[in-house]
Design a protein around this ligand. Structure first.
Ligand code: SF4
Ligand code: SF4
Length: 330
């Protein structure tokens, strides 16, 4: 077997990617059992996002109030003492369940994060870490023994295409090592970059959250025009991979038959046949809290099954195979 840790070139050696998670036993991120690598950075700002720590391709911190030991009886001032910018406020008296509050206007501009290493109980954690191509390939090399025969690596985020140079370098190494590659992308990169990345991908989930550009901009912060253009470009290229379009179903945004009829017509026009509909869930809520950000969907309920079936039927009326949640054929 090829040594995945062997460096390819001096240029590649200098490249670093910012990664916020690597999951070794993913079974819903493409065919078989896989490793999923989550790269930081996203062009959208969806208020329902379950990985809000991916929004920025820079260092940040998480604060877990449930692990913080600061209390009126036994004060802990370690992070307050370590912060050179005065961003830590002791709230043990007024809010014992949340005994520290950070001034996010200061923390968002921080580049040093002294507070994180000062905490001895793990209540503070760096969001992400930089890896060289070699370091990441070393981890994948270790994990590949656990993949199933049709498994491999999935690059997710955020949108992994936000770090395209690093991503392409890793993908080239995967190809050399006969590793199956998949991607979960917003599909909003420059078309040239998008197609360049896809050259090295065998299986792609490309989000298509809404067909209407204005509605898309209102809810994600950006228009869908480039997403549609990229999907068109890929579908009309000779790309030999498998493309599955995907969207979470969000109440008040895209949960209408009208939208999914429009998606079906678009897919029909391009000869695309597979869509993965993801029911809304609130699994990301604790991350929003840990980042000190407000979660707008805290009171929303998981998507109603009847509604999902109605939307699925709308899509399937256009000859598209619609998989709901993890009920997929891959
Ligand atoms: S992230 Fe920076 S500014 Fe915020 S508390 Fe930590 S050290 Fe201070
Ligand atoms: S150092 Fe850790 S345990 Fe102490 S107050 Fe800060 S977050 Fe809480």
């Amino acid at each position: 077997m090829m040594n995945l840790s062997a460096p390819f070139s001096a240029g590649e050696k200098r490249l670093k990617g910012r990664i916020f998670d690597i999951q070794a036993y993913s079974v819903h991120d493409g065919p078989g059992c896989r490793s999923t690598v989550f790269l930081a950075g996203c062009p959208f700002r969806c208020a329902w996002c379950c990985n809000p720590e991916s929004f920025q391709n820079r260092q940040g911190k998480l604060y877990r109030a449930t692990q913080c030991i600061n209390s009126r009886e036994r004060p802990c001032t370690r992070c307050a003492d370590a912060c050179p910018y005065g961003a830590v406020n002791d709230t043990a008296d007024t809010d014992p369940a949340h005994p520290i509050r950070f001034d996010q206007t200061i923390c968002q501009r921080c580049t040093t994060f002294e507070c994180v290493d000062s905490c001895l109980v793990g209540a503070l954690e760096h969001i992400s870490k930089e890896y060289t191509v070699d370091e990441l390939m070393g981890i994948l090399s270790r994990d590949r023994h656990y993949w199933s025969g049709n498994g491999g690596v999935t690059f997710s985020g955020g949108d992994p295409m936000m770090q395209s140079e690093f991503l392409i370098a890793v993908l080239k190494r995967c190809r050399e090592a006969y590793i199956h590659t998949a991607i979960e992308t917003e599909g909003a990169a420059e078309t040239e970059t998008y197609l360049k990345v896809m050259e090295h991908i065998s299986f792609a989930f490309n989000d298509l959250k809404h067909m209407d550009p204005e509605k898309h901009r209102e809810f994600t912060g950006a228009s869908n025009e480039r997403v549609l253009a990229n999907i068109r470009a890929l579908a009309s290229s000779n790309w030999p991979g498998r493309l599955v379009l995907r969207a979470p179903v969000i109440e008040g945004f895209n949960d209408t038959e009208e939208n999914f009829h429009a998606v079906g017509e678009f897919m029909n026009e391009l000869g695309l046949t597979e869509f993965n509909m993801l029911p809304f869930h609130r699994l990301g809520v604790s991350k929003w809290e840990q980042l000190g950000m407000e979660y707008a969907y805290a009171d929303s309920k998981p998507t109603d099954r009847e509604k999902l079936l109605k939307l699925k039927r709308a899509l399937e009326s256009h000859g598209v195979s619609c998989y709901v949640g993890n009920d997929t054929p891959f």
